[in-house]
Design a protein around this ligand. Structure first.
Ligand SMILES: Cc1cc2nc3c(=O)[nH]c(=O)nc-3n(C[C@H](O)[C@H](O)[C@H](O)COP(=O)(O)OP(=O)(O)OC[C@H]3O[C@@H](n4cnc5c(N)ncnc54)[C@H](O)[C@@H]3O)c2cc1C
Length: 819
């Protein structure tokens, strides 16, 4: 359509005509959007799409992604029936295991695939050989087979989607390069192309590996690095009448195969990966003329992959190579897509598909189009949301470190509690050095170094008796139980300085917050309120505490990883509801936060302050400025572990002194420094919810057991109507389950069954050291939530019995917290 004149106005402009842009356009058209333009600087598919290997697998480690890939398959099947078919071939796929651990992973996947109705089944060595006769079965233990996986021609798929989009009214302009994107009052206003300017409301950056460059046009960081990814295609050798081979993945050998005409396509994820670095100091500047091009073959780096392939499929060592592809593809720091609205209103991104963009494209197009039309995600997309990336990823070098580690670990088995080694040490608590000197073992969250637990190597006789069975036990540590019991029996001191802390101030800030929070958060200066902010469907977008600190000033505290997400939601709501005078400030790095919790917390704190800390003078869920050891701190009487105590907010400069004073004062009361692993166990026992754990944008407060934090006395707040409706038809409830053996700890996503019928999947799980049981939470149909109901949890193919319990599992009368 390049001959046609470029319009001067459009509601939505999509930048990029790869499979991503075409799918977003297709789905926008399906949703009835008629005023949509798609622009590409070259031809359709001239980025990564044209050189893709085209394998389409559905099962992923993330439930949302699995649902999205299932939509892709449905769509590709349907497109086959149109006048522009996508060349979809439903050849099935096999994954093989050459190690016991891989076989365990396969059994676990088979378990949770049941919760999606996916027909993934275990197969033995003989069936693997029957399905893929070219294979050398030596060393194979077993595998799994999914009949509905397949392969597609990426270019034909893109053209099929583009044709569908055109039929729905989308206008496509190729050879049209976007040069600038402009915003007014932080809201998209127009774009400038080499063919003219277009006024628009929404821009969707579907630039694949070019997405970072496109983001820079507006000063928005998109943390994507182009990585070189290679595969080869053999000469044709399969007999004409041979049945089509299924795709084959051999992750232990880092390789994948699929049939290509009458030959094989084989690729893999090398241990010595390589970013496509375009200059000595740039990781994402792509030459302006890099259209429909490839990188030079890098045989040396491919050698190990080729050797592994010839071992597994011996004919690979004999047959000639017809084509060798080295193509760049955009990777993100965690191998998940980068989707959603950025910090600029109306500027969306759908990029960074990490070499599974063909499998994902159908689903990606659907969820992004829905997000644009609804103005909010229509399912839980947190793992793919651009707002999950901390500001540390503004550095391309930092991004590259993590991208490299994750690329090379693409096929690795990942165990619970695993920590990344690269891109560490970016954000530190002001008392990091104290932790280090006191034997802290650190973990990383959103580029913050945080204490997981403390362990002095010289300590002996640690109690190993609670080490969980199987994978959960691998990164488990006995010190966590000791810390758990310190908080329950004496006192624990936790450094939570990484918490995201946001100040909302200005005229009408009270009115604004009450219009977006489900709870009444305006109950006077010094009151702290636990609340959720809901989307229009009544789903939980944010989960935090709000403290009123002045007439027109509020202090919000939320999880470490949710700063950009929660702040972004506040800013978006401000724009949407027209509260233009309100200021939203990030205080996360200005203030340290320490939690002191346990029966002795009051005694310890009283030693350091003249303020009255009695139950009457300092009530639960209130907040005051105190002097602790002569230093001004904000003390909030709240708990995330279910014990008496306070969170103390202190300026960074004074943090070490306050911490040291607390440690000294606590010595006689058995105070112990504790880490985040203990918090997890303590909060699970107490039933405190975690966003992105048990609650998310797809769950509403009533089904999550958070009805107590909804104030229906307020006549209006975002999501109220939908919430009321949902409450009338509540079909499922977040339910606490316990397993008798504390060592039988689920990992998450396991199917929950009654009489062999799947009724749900595990949301979160852990150990409850005080109740001496393993704990799991799951959304179950209301009729299955009667206390005492027995259910089965399938873990690694083995059934374990669990019991529905009354919540909370610990201190149901809240005597400890309110004492
Ligand atoms: C070797 C290789 C093998 C792969 N194998 C598989 C596989 O088996 N299965 C699978 O699922 N995935 C696979 N992938 C991944 C998949 O190909 C990609 O994820 C997908 O093609 C990316 O699509 P995209 O639309 O995001 O980006 P692209 O296809 O790169 O499209 C981006 C478009 O944006 C345009 N553009 C950029 N800047 C501008 C501008 N300023 N103005 C206008 N237009 C602009 C470009 O011209 C380009 O056409 C593979 C990738 C590679 C490299």
């Amino acid at each position: 359509m390049s001959a046609q004149e470029l319009p001067q106005r459009a509601k939505i402009v999509i930048i990029g005509g790869g499979v991503g842009g075409a799918s977003v356009a297709y789905h926008l058209a399906q949703l009835g959007e008629r005023d949509v333009l798609l622009l590409d600087r070259s031809d359709l598919t001239s980025g990564s799409t044209f050189h893709s290997a085209g394998l389409v697998g559905q099962l992923r480690a993330d439930p949302t992604l699995t649902k999205m890939n299932m939509h892709s398959v449905d769509l590709y099947r349907k497109l086959e029936m149109t006048e522009t078919p996508a060349s979809w071939r439903e050849c099935g796929s096999i994954k093989i295991a050459s190690t016991k651990e891989r076989m365990a992973e396969i059994r676990r996947q088979i378990g949770w695939s049941k919760t999606f109705g996916l027909d993934l089944r275990e197969i033995g060595v003989k069936e693997i050989a029957d399905l893929f006769p070219l294979i050398n079965t030596e060393g194979i233990i077993g595998g799994c087979y999914m009949a509905t996986d397949g392969q597609v021609d990426p270019s034909q798929l893109t053209h099929a989607l583009a044709s569908g989009a055109r039929r729905g009214g989308v206008k496509i302009f190729t050879n049209t390069r976007v040069l600038q994107i402009k915003a007014k009052n932080n809201q998209i206003n127009s774009i400038l192309t080499d063919k003219g300017e277009i006024e628009c409301e929404i821009v969707v950056n579907c630039g694949g590996m070019f997405a970072a460059e496109i983001g820079r046009m507006l000063g928005v960081r998109i943390p994507i690095i182009p990585m070189s990814h290679q595969y080869l295609i053999t000469e044709n050798f399969l007999p004409d009448n041979s049945p089509m081979l299924p795709s084959l993945r051999d992750p232990d050998n880092l390789i994948y195969f699929r049939q290509e005409v009458k030959g094989l396509l084989m690729g893999g994820y090398e241990r010595n990966s390589k970013a496509w670095q375009t200059s000595h100091d740039s990781f994402d500047d792509i030459p302006a003329d890099f259209n429909a091009k490839l990188l030079n073959p890098d045989w040396d780096r491919f050698e190990n992959i080729a050797i592994n392939a010839a071992n597994r499929v011996p004919i690979m060592g004999e047959i000639g190579v017809k084509n060798f592809i080295n193509g760049p593809e955009g990777f993100t720091p965690d191998n998940e897509f980068c989707l959603g609205e950025t910090s600029v209103g109306g500027f969306y991104v759908a990029a960074g598909f990490c070499a599974h963009g063909i499998a994902g494209a159908g689903g990606i197009g659907k969820v992004v189009a829905e997000w644009i039309v609804a103005g909010e995600p229509t399912m839980d997309l947190w793992h793919m949301d651009i707002k999950r990336f901390a500001s540390a990823y503004e550095s391309p070098k930092f991004t590259l470190e993590r991208v490299t580690e994750n690329y090379e670990a693409y096929y690795d088995i990942h165990y619970p509690g695993e920590e990344r080694e690269s891109a560490r040490g970016e954000n530190m608590s002001p008392i990091y050095n104290w932790h280090k000197a006191n034997h802290a073992v650190f973990g990383e969250k959103a580029a913050w170094e945080r204490v997981n637990y403390y362990h002095d190597q010289a300590t002996s006789n640690l109690d190993e008796s609670n080490r969980p069975n199987g994978w959960v036990g691998k990164n488990w540590h006995p010190a966590v139980a000791l810390e758990h019991f310190a908080a329950r029996n004496t006192a624990g001191l936790f450094d939570e300085s990484s918490f995201a802390k946001i100040e909302v101030s200005g005229l009408n800030s009270a009115q604004f917050l009450n219009s977006i929070c489900a709870n009444n958060v305006v109950r006077g200066i010094g009151r702290t309120i636990y609340t959720q902010a809901l989307n229009s469907r009544g789903g939980i977008e944010s989960d935090y505490t709000v403290t009123q600190v002045a007439d027109d000033k509020f202090f919000i505290v939320t999880g470490t990883a949710f700063l950009n997400h929660d702040m972004g939601w506040l800013e978006k709501m401000c724009r949407q509801l027209g509260y233009n005078e309100i200021k939203i400030r990030d205080l996360s790095r200005d203030l340290a936060c320490f939690g002191i919790w346990g029966p002795n917390a009051r005694k310890i704190l009283s030693k350091l302050t003249d303020s009255d800390l009695s139950n009457e003078a300092f009530t639960f869920m209130s907040s005051k400025i105190l002097k602790i050891a002569g230093i001004e701190v904000r003390a909030t009487r709240i708990t995330y572990v279910g014990e008496l105590g306070w969170e103390l907010y202190i300026s960074r400069a004074d943090a070490l002194q306050v911490w040291s004073e607390l440690i000294s004062a606590g010595e006689e009361f058995g105070l112990r420094p504790c880490g985040y692993r203990a918090i997890e166990s303590l909060r699970l026992e107490k039933g405190y919810r975690a966003w992105a754990g048990e609650i998310n944008s797809e769950t509403n407060p009533y089904e999550a057991g958070l009805g107590f934090a909804v104030s229906l006395k307020k006549e209006n707040f975002v999501g109220r109507e939908a919430l009321l409706l949902a409450n009338e038809n509540l079909t499922r409830k977040l339910t606490a389950l316990t397993l008798e053996n504390i060592k039988d700890v689920p990992m998450g996503n396991e199917p929950i069954l009654i009489n062999n019928r799947v009724i749900g999947r595990v949301k979160s799980a852990g150990q409850g050291y005080t109740i001496n049981k393993a704990i799991a939470y799951a959304y179950l149909p209301v009729e299955n939530t009667k206390i005492g109901t027995k259910v089965d949890i399938e873990m690694f193919g083995i059934i374990k019995s669990a019991t529905v319990q009354q919540e909370p599992l610990y201190d149901p009368e809240a005597i400890k917290t309110k004492s």
